[in-house]
Design a protein around this ligand. Structure first.
Ligand code: NAP
Ligand code: FE
Length: 367
């Protein structure tokens, strides 16, 4: 048997009302809670209301930072870190999609380390971050069970991540009642993000037997969501299955990280404002075609787990879920390839990638 490392750092509670039935997990983290969320996600999902009731009943002081941007920037998380330090928070509660959850991790570090936020990316901090509770309101990033935080770095015109085991959320409350309010568009985009995590975690140089186990199980769960997604029949059960798939995919990338679909997708988000999951999804079919030469069996396993015959059938499903409505020039795509090749995750792709390869994948996917 091969050697592997496997690490998950989060106590997971999954299912309806799991937070209300496990309030003691929150109360034991301290007397002052700093809540991190977006303008709408906390309120619309109902999670903010639930947490506020729990905190008030327990006599825990709290403040709400609801200023998290989509794809949060370094400046944005620094603002949150300063506010959390000023409030003398004992712990952080992140509520939202990947943006607020990732911001929570950065804020947890910045609350105890008064540093320039670019140092997060270089892991240049020494004090232990505050403990984090994560409550997802989208079903895609799996950030509630990962130690990764992805931020927009305006100086470099891209997104970059930091991964540190101390920012694994201590507790995740994963409850599909909080994802019901997501629009269809966000539900599809975030679902496709989970799909790309499973695939990129599986077709990954750092994949292990354990991460493969989580990746393939994600795909098998996702298979039973495809029709509901295409037909826009996202009832409670379908949304719960998607949330479960997203969690499993998060547990996969907590071991492996992502690869080039994410690395190239960042530019589509940064320059064209395309939602994160959709950005990856637009590239996934060509990404599979690119990797199949070096990973025939693994690509076939992906397709079989999804109950699809071949990559063309995969492409047809993706085409029903997401469509490109932006224009891209040759120069833009060349520039995106030049940025993506510098992403650390590029080295993890099963097939060794060149900048020219990335340009070709982008062109075939988008033009
Ligand atoms: P998001 O940026 O967190 O949210 C997208 C939109 O959906 C926002 O407008 C948000 O509102 C809204 N929304 C969220 N939940 C809602 C709900 N229940 N009801 C109504 N509206 C809701 O999207 P995301 O795709 O979940 O996260 C993307 C971010 O996660 C990216 O920055 C990406 O790089 C990162 N990511 C991280 C990991 C990881 O391992 N850490 C993995 C993949 C992606 P608000 O603006 O009010 O919040
Ligand atoms: Fe992602």
């Amino acid at each position: 048997m091969t050697q592997f490392k496997f690490q998950l750092g989060t106590k997971v509670f999954f299912g309806k009302d799991c937070m209300l039935s496990n309030k003691s997990e929150i109360i034991k983290l301290g007397k002052r809670a700093f809540i991190v969320t977006g303008k709408a996600s906390g309120k619309k999902s109902g999670a903010l209301n639930d947490i506020v009731e729990i905190l008030e009943a327990a006599g825990i002081e709290y403040t709400v930072f609801d200023n998290v941007e989509n794809n949060p920037s370094l400046e944005n998380v620094k603002e949150g870190g300063n506010a959390a330090a000023g409030f003398k928070a004992d712990f952080i509660i992140g509520i939202g999609g990947g943006s607020p959850l990732d911001a929570s991790k950065a804020i947890a570090v910045l609350a105890t380390n008064d540093i320039d936020p670019i140092k997060l990316i270089k892991l240049e901090f020494s004090n232990k971050p505050l403990p984090i509770i994560a409550i997802p309101t989208t079903a895609g990033t799996g950030s509630e069970v990962t130690a990764a935080s992805i931020m927009t770095v305006k100086d470099l015109q891209t997104k970059m991540s930091f991964v540190h085991e101390d920012v694994f959320p201590k507790v995740a409350f994963i409850d599909a009642k909080y994802t019901q309010s997501m629009s269809y568009e966000i539900a599809v985009s975030t679902a496709v993000d989970a799909l790309s995590h499973a695939i990129e975690g599986y077709l990954n140089k750092t994949a292990t037997v354990m991460s493969d186990f989580y990746a393939l199980e994600t795909l098998r769960v996702f298979r039973n969501c495809i029709n509901s997604l295409i037909e826009n029949k996202l009832d409670y059960d379908a949304r719960e299955r998607l949330l479960y798939a997203s969690m499993l995919a998060g547990m996969t990338i907590a071991q492996t990280g992502t690869t080039i679909a994410h690395g190239m997708g960042y530019s589509l988000t940064y320059f064209k404002g395309i939602q994160h999951g959709k950005a990856n999804g637009l590239l996934l079919t060509e990404y599979l075609k690119y990797n199949v030469d070096v990973a025939k069996e693994k690509v076939q396993n992906v397709l079989s787990a999804l109950n699809l015959k071949n990559i063309d059938e995969f492409g047809a499903v993706m085409g029903k879920l997401i469509q490109n409505d932006k224009e891209f020039s040759e120069d833009e795509l060349k520039f995106y390839a030049s940025l993506a090749i510098k992403q650390r995750s590029t080295l993890k792709n099963l097939r060794t990638v060149t900048e020219e390869d990335m340009y070709v994948i982008l062109k075939k996917s988008l033009v």
